[in-house]
Write a protein that binds this ligand. Sequence first.
Ligand code: KIV
Length: 286
Amino acid sequence: MSVTIKDLQAYKREGRRFAMLTAYDFTTARILDEAGVPVILVGDSLGNTMLGYDTTLPVTMEEMLHHTRAVRRGLKNALLVGDMPFMSYHASAEDAIRNAGRFLQDGGANAVKLEGAGRVVELTERLTAMGIPVMAHLGLTPQFVNQMGGFKVQGRSDEAAERIQRDALALQEAGAFSMVLEGIPASLGGLISRRLDIPTIGIGAGPDTDAQVLVIQDMLGLSGERVPKFVKRFADLRGAMTTAVGDFMAEVEGGTFPGPEHSYGTGAAPSPAPAEAAIYGAADKG
Ligand code: KIV
């Protein structure tokens, strides 16, 4: 059974915590889906992880849709959320609605994510009314990096914390089905989560949000040496890749790869095993 936004809201009522992860490609999406991750976000963090930008600001709609379609093809059960990139919902409401619609129509997403409040509150109301579910995103909102003066923890003063709470309530009122809370004090993450009926999904927002999200490259240990304090590396795939690539190079240079078991013979051979026939075609025997 595919996960729906109603399921996530039921999880909140039941006090059932859940995980969200980012994915940007078919292979990763399929692994995460098969592992049972209920929500997959094609984050505009793909600007950093896939495209090598310093910020998410250069990411375009076309890049987001390209990756969203790839992820869609890898999913059977997870709810797929597409992240609306910088300037795709800023110039006008018409622009925003058209671009949000493209995530569902062209990308196969089930919902979109928008950063910030202000104008986004009204936009959330309009999108929701049109059948486009909205995941809100408050706190450290990377598309506001220039306004924030860097990637800094938000909501540390009483005034800032109160503003984030007001924005959170307004976005919920406008129809957001869930909310990412990024880079805020743990106490504020817990407070907002208790005040809202919709699930909160924390990243650097402490342990008391309803769900947690991490960027897949960060949690698998594929990012560089410096990662934010909130990242936990659950694996060292960078180390594993480096070892595997080194082993491959050594075997190629030493002439031990490919061996006979990875090489084809000539002439007639017995019928290929079904898997081999399917992968290489029935004519490609032996
Ligand atoms: O772009 C992204 O990956 C995100 C998550 C970190 C929430 O917005």
